[in-house]
Design a protein around this ligand. Structure first.
Ligand code: G6P
Length: 367
């Protein structure tokens, strides 16, 4: 049956509101709630001995893979290489014998990702695909597949499929960490518990969206926007910039917070707001000090943080959006939702075609 918009104005709005259900459905697939352990799907390689993972994808799926890279290295201690799928072959990648690849795609039909998949197979890598469409070309051609349980996604800009990809990658990292003997059962239980709380936090965040709408009213007037993040929030800063560009046609750039001083700080100007993802945790102080530096140069700082981070940021930030406080491990999943919401609200204010932005396609089947 055809998927409808229900009572929502746009498919994107409907899909944003499906986050709690989609994250819950996906996490239930890959976490055993009674043992608080990650449940690994059938894999085409042994994660206990795999010497390296190569990650590749396009668009938002690539940014999900970038978050995955932090997790696979931090939690499972597996060396990871990653590339945008359309660039992978030009690097002439050197891959180890017995190595594996993880491809990420909502549609499973993106031509560049499919080409990268075929190259990695030719190079002798076992390929696992994280896809939302079972029976897709990538699902068929891979040695193994892991499904996101996001349901059909109609809005061209990925929302719920992106966070479902993050949820799957998080569970894989935990399962791989256990298989390699580098993650204790205690830590695994703590981290799966943090993941299982994400759907409820996502629901709370979607219900209290006024702060994000207020922020959108500021951002809609911007000439350019700079998104900053550090660690696993860095790819989410890139995603925030990508979403804003795609949906509102406002120029935006994502930067690693620590890299701002090597270039983008020259752009700081009241017409170029800085939107930062700065939850409490081990990286908070460093990111906050980067932001303070931008504020001291006349930058307008707007920040997503939590109740622990908010008081010190309020001293110099123009706007502080307070998100639920979560374990730093799951912060990238939770922060992905408000950056999507922000892009959505800015696009609605601008009156752009939210579900079908100009020149973009849901699945790009040409290289
Ligand atoms: C297009 C879509 C993006 C998506 C990208 C990769 O550019 O507009 O939202 O992230 O393709 O698509 P895939 O289906 O491979 O995830």
């Amino acid at each position: 049956a055809a998927v409808g918009k229900g009572n929502y104005r746009h498919f994107m709005e409907k899909e944003l509101h499906e986050h709690p259900v989609v994250l819950g459905d996906t996490l239930r697939q890959y976490i055993d709630p009674s043992s608080r352990a990650a449940v690994l799907p059938e894999l085409p390689f042994d994660p206990a001995v795999v010497p390296r993972l190569t990650l590749s994808a396009c668009g938002s799926a690539y940014l999900a893979a970038q978050v995955g890279r932090y997790w696979f290295e931090q939690i499972a201690r597996i060396p990871v290489d990653s590339d945008i799928a359309s660039e992978l072959r030009y690097r002439e990648p050197v891959v180890p014998k017995g190595g594996a690849a993880v491809m990420v795609s909502q549609s499973g039909e993106t031509a560049d990702t499919l080409a990268a998949l075929r190259l990695l197979k030719q190079l002798g890598q076992k390929v696992l695909s994280v896809v939302n469409v079972d029976e897709s070309s990538m699902a068929r051609e891979s040695d193994g597949k892991v499904l996101t349980v996001a349901g059909p996604e109609i809005g061209v800009a990925s929302t719920k499929a992106f966070t479902a990809q993050l949820a799957v990658l998080a569970c894989l990292a935990l399962g791989f960490g256990r298989a390699r003997g580098v993650l204790s059962a205690e830590d695994e239980a703590r981290l799966t518990a943090a993941l299982l709380e994400v759907p409820a936090h996502a629901a709370a965040l979607l219900e209290n969206g006024e702060d994000i709408q207020d922020l959108a009213r500021e951002v809609v007037q911007a000439r350019d926007v700079l998104f900053l993040g550090r660690g696993s929030l860095y790819p989410i800063a890139l995603e925030g910039a990508l979403k804003l560009k795609e949906l509102s046609y406002i120029h935006a750039e994502g930067y690693a917070a620590g890299e701002m001083k090597h270039g983008p700080i020259a752009l700081i100007d009241p017409a170029v707001p800085v939107i930062a993802l700065c939850p409490s945790g081990p990286l908070f102080e460093k990111t906050a000090s980067n932001l303070q530096e931008a504020a001291a140069r006349g930058g307008r700082i707007m920040v997503f943080t939590d109740a622990i981070g908010a008081p010190s940021l309020r001293r110099f930030a123009e706007r502080v959006v307070v998100l639920p406080t979560v374990d730093p491990f799951v912060a990238p999943i939770l922060h992905a939702i408000p950056v999507q919401l922000l892009a959505y609200h800015v696009a609605v204010l601008k009156g752009t075609d939210v579900d079908q932005p100009r020149n973009l396609a849901k699945a790009v089947t040409v290289e």
